[in-house]
Design a protein around this ligand. Structure first.
Ligand SMILES: Cc1cc2nc3c(=O)[nH]c(=O)nc-3n(C[C@H](O)[C@H](O)[C@H](O)COP(=O)(O)O)c2cc1C
Ligand SMILES: [Mn+2]
Length: 490
């Protein structure tokens, strides 16, 4: 199910008791963060918050602020119009295994299983609610007086270098092929018409930027905020470079995304967006960005990043400003990352059929710690899986990978640590490799590169030189377990 607007999603959250509305004045400087952080740290991710009376430097914002809207398993599923994210994972799995339908009956089976590939293709429309109000900034001048400073952008943490837009979906094009990319890269507000553009070196936005630089051309960029939350999720999902996030969003929400041309740049954005920031990046131009209280739980240092010059801001009449905060885990983004892992597990399994399950525990902040369970068949298979993952897209960042047997629940960190401690001879069962590291990792000596470690915590085979006879895990018999249930009171 698709939402016709971000507001429609908020109404659904409210109806389901998942949203708390706050009408007292609350400052975009630090105060929203503190209230949101308390929700995010409460069991299961707390509630979404909607601030009707957010203030910017003491003045009431024209726009309400929504936060933590995807910050629980249930809300993350609701954002995609699902009961459970598993439903989308099942559709992905089905799609990967499906052969092109050869008959009406086969096509019907696909549809019955929720596979609707037709709607993956976007539609092009002439206008839309994102253009209710249009502010043009010729040559950087804010003629109407309206600017980026009128958006209720959070100053998240005390030592942040300024205000940061935390849920922007950034639309760029490959200048060689015209292919679109949508990525989520935070933006520090520098003034009313300029911001930072924090695409890290490994991301597709940065690759596009490099090509414009090499061609000596100005790079058109558009940033959409809000609209159907499926777009926001798609922008964060680790899709392979070249797979269009808008196709994925259309597939996920089972409705074609309606795209509309920007006013001042040749880029299309979803017509139902709450805000659209249009403009350009001048390749080669960089400016100090940060510090910023980051996903890692630490402030990332100031570093040079491209500058985004805004040539127009358009918005809905009833626009709501969605945002998030990142910091010491668990945070809202944990649920977004967990949903990505669920949805893309079928893709991993297609490449590595021995993979049973995978989890990125909150403590590892996405890729610092990856647990994988496998059905082991041959010697050193655990190492093959690690190396495969280290070579797959953003899994290249995985700092520690722990591989366990299929009977270990990777979503139970305690079970994984038990296997890790019990089943490894540290020297024999570990490996260090060299790989690119996440730009945000402050622990590596040099930025963007570092060592990565894998642990084989599976049972060891004679073929691996282990000939002492691997012991059996202590377990009660199923009959006695069933018998004992009568005493458990459930
Ligand atoms: C809340 C949030 C903020 C993010 N901020 C950034 C960022 O500032 N820079 C960045 O490179 N990636 C950031 N990411 C991760 C990217 O969105 C993610 O790697 C995405 O898959 C990149 O898309 P791409 O492969 O199309 O470049 C963020 C993710 C989330 C959930
Ligand atoms: Mn992409």
């Amino acid at each position: 199910m698709a939402f016709s607007s971000f507001n429609a999603f908020l109404q659904k959250l409210e109806k389901e008791g998942e949203l708390r509305r706050i009408s007292d004045p609350v400052a975009t400087e630090l105060q929203i963060t503190e209230l949101a952080d308390r929700e995010m740290k409460s069991p299961g991710g707390g509630k979404a918050l909607l601030f009707d009376h957010a203030t910017i430097a003491g003045k009431r914002s024209q726009f309400p602020v929504a936060i933590n809207t995807m910050g629980s398993r249930r809300r993350m599923a609701m954002a995609l119009g699902l009961e459970s994210v598993e439903d989308l994972a099942a559709q992905m799995q089905f799609l990967l295994k499906a052969k092109p339908p050869r008959s009406f009956r086969e096509a019907f089976t696909l549809l019955k299983n929720g596979i609707d590939v037709i709607h993956a293709r976007p539609k092009h429309v002439r206008s839309g609610p994102c253009k209710d109000v249009i502010h043009l900034f010729p040559e950087g001048a804010t003629a109407s007086g309206f600017s980026l400073n009128d958006l209720p952008v959070l100053h998240c943490w005390p030592n942040d270098g300024g205000r940061f837009i935390t849920l922007p979906t950034v639309y760029t094009k490959d200048p060689d092929t015209g292919d679109r990319n949508v990525g989520m890269y935070r933006m520090q507000v520098f003034d009313g018409t300029t911001s930072g553009m924090h695409w890290q070196v490994h991301k597709v936005g940065a690759r596009h930027g490099k090509r414009y630089y090499e061609r000596g051309e100005r790079m058109p960029v558009a940033v959409a905020i809000g609209g159907d939350p499926a777009y926001t999720f798609a922008a964060t999902a680790p899709l392979p470079d070249g797979l269009d996030e808008i196709l994925f969003a259309g597939f996920a929400r089972k409705k074609s995304v309606e795209l509309v041309k920007c006013e001042t740049v040749d880029i299309e954005v979803p017509a139902d967006s709450d805000f659209v920031l249009e403009g350009y990046v001048q390749p080669g131009e960089v400016r100090a960005e940060g510090p910023f209280g980051d996903h890692t739980g630490f402030y990332t240092n100031v570093d040079d990043y491209p500058v985004f010059h805004i040539t127009a801001i358009t918005h809905r009449k009833d626009a709501v400003y969605p945002c998030t905060i990142v910091g010491v885990p668990p945070m809202e983004d944990f649920y977004m990352g967990a949903a990505s892992v669920r949805v893309f597990l079928p893709v991993f399994k297609m490449n590595f059929p021995e993979i049973v399950d995978m989890a990125l525990p909150a403590e590892g902040v996405f890729h610092n710690l990856v647990f994988v369970s496998i059905r082991k068949q041959y010697p050193w298979q655990a190492f093959k899986v690690m190396h495969g993952l280290w070579g797959m897209g953003q899994m290249m960042f995985a700092k520690y990978i722990v591989v366990v047997d299929e009977d270990c629940d990777v979503h139970n960190t305690s079970d994984v640590l038990f296997r890790l401690c019990a089943n490894t001879d540290p020297q024999r069962d570990s490996t260090f490799i060299k790989n690119p590291s996440d730009s945000l990792d402050h622990a590596t000596t040099l930025a963007n590169m570092g060592s990565h470690m894998g642990f084989d915590a599976t049972h060891k085979l004679p073929g691996e030189g282990y000939t002492r006879g691997w012991p059996e895990l202590v377990k009660m018999s199923p009959e006695v377990k069933a018998w004992a249930n009568q005493f458990s009171g459930t």
